[in-house]
Design a binder for this molecule. Structure first.
Ligand code: 5GP
Ligand code: ZN
Length: 114
């Protein structure tokens, strides 16, 4: 837990969000500034700064997050057509919230990588 982290605040219910999924290890909520018809953030409850901080110890958690993303993609009706899962690392990687998360992006054709 990081007192100043917006995603930790959302997880604790101290900041608003449109929550789509919650379990013991992960939450998923709508991105506040969507760039696609479906734009959901899949976030571990544990405050891990980015994928660069992942260790063998929390590797199972990462698998769980990907499975949650796949399940949400099915539930949101984009699994058949395809979608994108993205995690940004550091400033130059485009990361702006320093709490590990995956962007689930879909509902339109994805192009390029940035
Ligand atoms: P990053 O730039 O770190 O890869 O992604 C952070 C994402 O979090 C951005 O897409 C941004 O729109 C989203 N975001 C930032 N603050 C909030 C917030 O308070 N609520 C929600 N739902 N999304 C947020
Ligand atoms: Zn956090």
């Amino acid at each position: 837990m990081d007192a100043d982290c917006i995603f930790c605040k959302i997880i604790r219910g101290e900041a608003p969000s449109t929550m789509l999924y919650q379990d013991e290890y992960a939450v998923a909520f709508k991105d506040i500034a969507p760039i696609a018809p479906v734009h959901v953030l899949i976030v571990p409850r544990q405050h891990i700064v980015s994928a660069a901080e992942v260790t063998a110890e929390n590797a199972p958690l990462i698998g769980h997050l990907i499975a949650v993303a796949a399940r949400l993609a099915r539930e949101l009706g984009i699994a058949e057509r395809g979608y994108r899962l993205v995690t940004n690392i550091g400033r130059e990687g485009g990361q702006s919230v320093f709490h590990l998360h995956w962007h689930l992006l879909g509902g339109r054709q994805m192009r390029g990588l940035g």
